[in-house]
Design a protein around this ligand. Structure first.
Ligand code: F3S
Length: 62
């Protein structure tokens, strides 16, 4: 399982970086990016939380 951010959809609210800072970070373009790593049990929970809380549904975890 990996997390992804759809940059065309992200509005740069930064919520995901607060909920799951080990996976999500903000880039210079003001949008979030997810680390391209397999999620372990702990980061999967946090990434799913970020996915459900993103106000524009830009995050997918699959
Ligand atoms: Fe963007 Fe959603 Fe994160 S708007 S900054 S992907 S919470």
């Amino acid at each position: 399982m990996k997390a992804r951010v759809d940059k065309d959809t992200c509005i740069g609210c930064t919520l995901c970086t607060a909920v799951c800072p080990s996976i999500f970070s903000m880039e210079d373009d003001g949008k979030s990016v997810a680390k391209d790593v397999e999620l372990d049990n702990e980061t999967l929970i946090d990434a799913r939380e970020a996915e459900s809380q993103c106000p524009v549904g830009a995050i997918s975890v699959e």
